[in-house]
Design a binder for this molecule. Structure first.
Ligand SMILES: [Zn+2]
Length: 349
């Protein structure tokens, strides 16, 4: 896509706690931003109506401020989802969301084309276009947060797959007999190193009486989470330090596997832990040196995300501009040309 030919878009970020929206202009500036609580306990219809209202308010506010009208709407949402049909398939973070045709509902309400994409894919596009991975050909994006999300650009194209589910790095198995993941799988890196997993294991340490500094910090009323675990480790708590080291080594092992599988120029690590704890990036680099092939390991740069919370808004600009004239995104059940190629391949003797 010629960047000069890009036009403004309405960006919507549907998160578990907040719905955010803004107008994004081709210089990737964020205008007329608004945010409201998601409150998924009100039900799917209420949340969809709230999204439409917030998007309409942003459009009205932007027009009143003299900004140009958007050509379409880009919606970032938790996966798994179907970007070709614009449907949220199911979401562990949004109660009751199953097969919700979100893009069609928002499109009808605002009379604009709307496109849906998984939050980590929106983020990798934003970091690639304007952030920490700018100019790279092959990029892996990982966010280490409540869960572990991922997305990739391979040879200059977003990696989607025929079902649009490619890039779910957090659900790579790093321990054959490891704990059960929120997705139902076993030994996934998310089940070992996500904020949710660390909070679970930290509470188990406290209950077992194995982590005195962690117990003391928690007794002060602080929430037992990854950051508290890191503070206990800083204070000399050996059990807390070992738990954290194992989690971050799992993230590093996943990065090493991705270096071997995809040969990325850059691995961008986002999320609060990467922002506040640079040791996570150091361990990722060490594990890549230990576990990956020497040539791709020496090429890859492991860097923190640079766009902060706006990452899920800014990525809407390239998504809408690239997809608005593409018939593959006009409601088909999967990417047609990829499905045709796969069928031909399967029928060969
Ligand atoms: Zn999983």
């Amino acid at each position: 896509m010629d960047e000069l030919a890009e036009r403004p878009v309405l960006a919507v970020d549907l998160g578990g706690t907040q719905i955010r929206a803004a107008l994004i202009t081709p210089d990737l500036a964020v205008h007329a931003r608004r945010a409201v609580p998601t409150r998924d306990e009100d039900g799917v219809e209420a949340v969809v109506a709230r999204i439409c209202t917030v998007a309409a308010e942003v459009r009205a506010g932007a027009l009143a401020a003299g900004l140009p009208p958007p050509i379409g709407i880009g919606i970032s949402a938790p996966g798994p989802l179907d970007p070709w049909r614009g449907i949220v398939l199911s979401s562990p973070n949004l109660a009751g969301w199953r097969d919700v045709p979100l893009a069609a509902s928002v499109s009808a309400a605002l009379d604009l084309p709307a496109f849906l994409e998984r939050d980590a894919n929106v983020a990798v596009l934003a970091e690639w276009r304007t952030g920490a991975a700018r100019g790279a050909g092959t990029v892996v994006y990982i966010t280490v947060s409540t869960g572990i999300g991922g997305g990739a650009i391979v040879d200059g194209r977003p990696l989607l797959g025929p079902d649009g589910t490619a890039g779910e790095m957090g659900h790579i198995t790093v321990d054959l007999d490891g704990p059960v993941c929120g997705c139902g799988g076993m030994g996934h890196v998310e089940a070992i190193a996500s904020g949710t997993a660390l909070a679970r294991d930290a509470r188990a340490l406290i209950d077992a009486g194995a982590a005195p500094q962690l117990r003391a910090l928690a007794a002060g009323g602080a929430e037992v989470d990854a950051e508290l675990l890191a503070r206990a480790a800083d204070a000399g708590d050996t059990a807390a330090a070992m738990l954290l080291a194992r989690a971050w080594t799992a993230v590093g092992a996943m990065c090493a596997s991705l270096v071997n599988a995809l040969n990325p120029d850059v691995i961008v690590i986002g999320g609060g832990i990467a922002r506040h704890r640079p040791r996570l990036l150091e361990i990722a680099r060490e594990e890549i040196r230990r576990r990956a092939f020497a040539v791709p390991a020496s090429r890859v740069r492991v860097v923190p995300a640079s766009l902060g919370d706006d990452v899920s808004l800014v990525g809407a600009l390239p998504i809408v501009n690239a997809r608005i004239g593409d018939p593959a995104f006009a409601g088909r059940s999967h990417r047609p040309q990829v499905a045709a190629t796969a069928t031909q391949g399967a029928s060969r003797p």
